[in-house]
Design a protein around this ligand. Sequence first.
Ligand SMILES: Nc1ncnc2c1ncn2[C@@H]1O[C@H](COP(=O)(O)OP(=O)(O)OP(=O)(O)O)[C@@H](O)[C@H]1O
Length: 333
Amino acid sequence: MMFSKDIGIDLGTANVLIHVKGRGVVLNEPSVVAIESENRRVLAVGEAARRMVGRTPGNITAIRPLRDGVIADFDITESMLRYFIDRVGARSWHSRPRILICAPTNITSVEQKSIREAAERSGAKDVFLEEEPKAAAIGAGMDIFQPSGNMVVDIGGGTTDVAVLSMGDIVTSSSLKMAGDKFDEAIIKYIKHKYKLLIGERTSEELKMSIGTVRPGGRIEEMDIRGRDMVSGLPLTITVTSAEIQEALLDPMSAIVTAAKQVLERTPPELSADIIDRGVILTGGGALLHGVDELLMEELRVPVLVAEDPMHCVVKGTGMMLDHLDKVVKKKF
Ligand SMILES: Nc1ncnc2c1ncn2[C@@H]1O[C@H](COP(=O)(O)OP(=O)(O)OP(=O)(O)O)[C@@H](O)[C@H]1O
């Protein structure tokens, strides 16, 4: 029998997730590729490559090809995408899948075209590209096809997308390059400034997740971290508190609050009324940052809820859209 296993892909700046029709989410890997510096030969992809970040010898580089919500390195993005599509085994001699991809919102039309080509070269029969906030909202369980307002704030690695949706489309939205990566950078900067200590990205991400908060006094914890003392050049251990991480995250978090406020201000009043009733839904890994929901609730004065399984919303949404491709996806590039 001829049948094709359609697949949905969340091509995120931090993580790639793949949903195969009938099988659910079958792949969840960091968007990292390790290459040999001289000839750009791919050595490892995904988790294996992530373990190398900050620990590679000079001739090997661990690259995040989709940094900051844009495609920083196209060839590597393409290799990574093909590797992951091949790995889920959705393609066989008798079936070619349809692929629905959610890519970062800020990519150019040239980049969109290239992503489509990469997916086609990986064996897709048809390739559809969809907007991330739409998939996030659907995956979070919102019924965006009714004539009522739904607001979603998706805080990923490279971008935060804020959108109000109604009748299956985005009504007002904003996309800013301020998300998880920038939180990590802010922590690195803070520690460098306050303690003259250099720490790596993985340490700062760990601080953010394990003891971080964006609410003053919201969390009282501490963690020992190691880095390189800028004065002596030697390794040094210090203890960092939740309050310090909250201080470090003040600026990046206030940029997100401002963007959400601006979207609400531009939203037609009838839809705003719906949002007051239903609340704002948070998706993406940033939704897991301690206190984000409470802070947004105070600032926006509307209920704010973290979606179930926030890091899976976009990929789940692509899976659900695959079931209704003809109805929900208008754009076929
Ligand atoms: N428990 C947590 N607390 C705080 N941040 C977290 C937590 N878990 C994950 N994150 C952050 O979430 C981010 C990744 O989220 P996600 O996988 O949704 O991004 P993405 O979809 O790849 O990115 P984008 O939407 O920008 O393309 C990372 O910055 C990670 O540090």
